[in-house]
Ligand binder design. Structure first.
Ligand code: DAK
Length: 261
């Protein structure tokens, strides 16, 4: 692959968008490779994914404005679908995805981070949806995901004004869960990924589904979704082992890794 670097590190893996000379902007090739790399994730062994950008300046500075500038309506729609499909795939990816936002996350970059389960960022990170300044609307889910994450009022302010916000403000409004010095960002993401990876994988996956699917329906339906996914954990080896370990009075024992079974 030309623009994506994929590295598996034990039970988690890192996807790095690597198109540094254009601040990792998303052109069609990057979007296609991002889709392809998800096919390569070995879901038997990888329990958490980290998405980040190459370099110390930018996570993703948006969709590629050069490529988009001459699109016809039909081409614009096709480009939008390509982005939407891969972002949605990431959002519904069976395992948790952490965005380690290492700089600019503008337009499609902010939208990419919002399709991940968790966002943490470096101190120099900048978030924004500048699309209305370019004559378009956010097109990779920005109007929908930003409003769900930070509330409609704040999302509308950010989107209508096209004003960028810095890391601390992103933290204050709940867009990111933590802010780190640049050199500590990836280690923090890796530590979080490793922490997630050591929990029972079937239970973690079911939590992701329960939260995501539950947020799309009313509370009555949401609780039924939760019940089913809760029930689905029973009779797994990991549930039996996890509970038996807790009930075992011999606290000297070291907890064995969960088996994903
Ligand atoms: N696209 C293409 N190239 C980009 C880019 C982008 N989004 N952002 C930066 N670059 C390129 C620059 O052109 C420059 O290339 P060279 O001139 O060196 O060849 C290189 O990266 C370095 O950028 P700068 O020289 O501008 O660096 P600065 O530090 O001065 O400024 C900046 C950094 C991030 C503030 C600035 O580059 C900037 O404002 N970039 C654009 C940010 C932006 O507006 N992003 C949002 C794009 S709109 C759709 C679905 C989704 C979307 C659209 C349609 N459909 C449904 C159809 C999404 C839209 C967007 O994301």
């Amino acid at each position: 692959m030309e623009y994506i670097v994929y590295e598996q590190k034990g039970e988690y893996a890192i996807v790095t968008i690597s198109r540094e000379k254009a601040l990792n902007a998303l052109n069609s090739a990057v979007l296609e490779e991002l889709d392809k790399v998800l096919d390569e994730v070995d879901l038997e062994t990888v329990r958490c994914l980290i998405v980040t950008g190459a370099g110390q300046k930018s996570f993703v500075a948006g969709a590629d404005i050069g490529e988009m500038s001459n699109l016809s309506k039909a081409e614009g729609e096709a480009f939008g679908k390509k982005g939407n499909d891969v972002f949605r795939r990431l959002e519904k990816f069976p395992i948790p995805v952490i965005a380690a936002v290492n700089g600019f996350a503008l337009g499609g970059g902010c939208e990419l981070s919002m399709s991940c389960d968790i966002r943490i960022c470096s101190e120099n990170a900048v978030f924004g949806q500048p699309e209305v300044g370019l004559g378009i609307t956010p097109g990779f889910g920005g109007t929908q995901r930003l409003a769900r994450l930070v509330g409609a009022g704040m999302a509308k302010q950010m989107i209508y004004t096209a004003r960028n916000i810095k890391a601390e403000e992103a933290y204050r409004i709940g867009l990111v869960n933590g802010v780190y010095p640049q050199e500590e960002l990836l280690p923090a993401a890796e530590k979080m990924a490793a922490g997630i990876a050591k929990n029972a994988p079937i239970a973690v996956r079911n939590c992701k589904r329960a939260i995501n699917e539950g947020l799309d329906v009313d509370m009555d339906e949401a609780l039924i979704i939760e019940e089913k996914l809760f029930g689905n954990c029973f009779e797994t080896e990991d549930q039996k082992y996890g509970m038996a370990f807790f009930l075992d009075k011999n606290k000297e024992k070291v907890k064995a890794p969960f088996q994903n079974k």
